[in-house]
Write a protein that binds this ligand. Structure first.
Ligand code: ATP
Length: 302
């Protein structure tokens, strides 16, 4: 047994000649908000569909809830909002939830009211959902996927196309689900910054493959402040840094060296390089943004 609610081993989906998901091995800890990040076409939806039982893997394994996931148990323990929520526009939010709950054999009026309150739709009363904003529809979609109280909630790009207010509302719902219900949430996006404030873990995928899997702290460490030195004399710069005991540094290209940490010593470094007669193009303290890091990890800005 381990503490992963979901683990995949070499999960693969091939469509014709295309490996939409290529040997993905991901680890989603219990209680995590796991951000699946990848550009359009990276394979996020296909991966999520396989987890939700909506697509059959070509090969590989899905281990759910610490066991080999079985299709039957999956249905009740996974809630998924993949692509557009299946909402009837000519009835109310309550009736949409009621219909789905009846279909699943779990109808309970109080529970539906609780779900409406959870996603901030309690006051929509007799308003037909066809008149809802996109953000309200997304929140109703989340409520629909919560019927049956799943252990794992899968949300495919739930903030795509929303305005800033809508994004804040969805984030609020996700944080509440995590904090108050300890729900494990797998959420995808093609914009890392959108998830940066809520995700506790990240899986970055590119062309169906896993590029990197890391916790929020590991990601923040990777994007920590550094001193960036630009000079034609890279070798001399490296030598000087070693003599000064500056710790880890990285030669990024022909003219750029980055020193991790050491930001408080930037003046001292500048002086030491000048004393050695090393000509600089520039020296700055910089922090790579999460988005920059993600773009660099997934093949640069194309
Ligand atoms: P997006 O955010 O654009 O939906 P994604 O990361 O979710 O991107 P997928 O939708 O999983 O990516 O698609 C991955 C690749 O698999 C794409 O190249 C897509 O064209 C292909 N693909 C997805 N579903 C099918 C299908 N049913 N038949 C054939 N190819 C498919």
């Amino acid at each position: 047994m381990n503490d992963y609610l979901l683990q995949t081993v070499g999960l693969t989906k091939v469509y014709g000649q295309q490996r939409a998901v290529d040997s993905l091995s991901l680890h989603v800890p219990k209680g995590a908000i796991y951000g699946l990040i990848g550009r359009n076409g990276a394979g996020k939806t296909t991966f999520m569909k396989m987890i939700a039982g909506l697509a059959q893997p070509t090969s590989g394994e899905i281990r759910l809830f610490g066991t080999d996931g079985e299709a039957d148990s999956r249905q009740h323990r996974i809630g998924a909002l993949i692509e557009a929520p299946g909402i009837y526009g000519d009835i109310t939010a309550f009736d949409n939830l009621k219909m789905k709950a009846i279909a699943m054999g779990v109808y309970n009026k109080d529970k539906i009211n609780e779900l409406l309150s959870l996603v901030g739709l309690s006051d929509t009363g007799s308003k037909k959902t066809g008149k809802f904003s996109l953000g309200m529809k997304q929140r109703l979609g989340i409520a629909m996927s919560l019927i049956g109280t799943p252990d794992l909630l899968i949300l495919d790009e739930p903030i795509n196309g929303l305005d800033p207010q809508g994004i804040i509302e969805i984030r609020g719902v996700i944080e509440k689900l995590s904090r108050e219900y300890q729900m494990t949430i797998l959420i995808s996006s093609h914009i890392l910054d959108e998830l940066a404030r809520i995700a506790t873990h990240y899986g970055m995928i590119h062309q169906g493959r896993l590029v990197q899997e890391l916790s929020r702290q590991e990601l923040l460490d990777k994007c920590a402040e550094c001193v960036e030195i630009q000079s034609e004399a890279v070798q001399e710069v490296c030598l000087a840094l070693e003599e000064m005991g500056c710790g880890a540094y990285e030669v990024c290209d022909d003219v750029t060296v980055r020193v991790n940490g050491c930001c408080e010593r930037v003046g001292e470094i500048n002086l030491a390089l000048a004393e050695r007669g090393i000509l600089l193009r520039g020296i700055t303290v910089r922090q790579e943004s999460l988005e920059e890091y993600f773009v660099n990890m997934t093949g640069g800005a194309e």
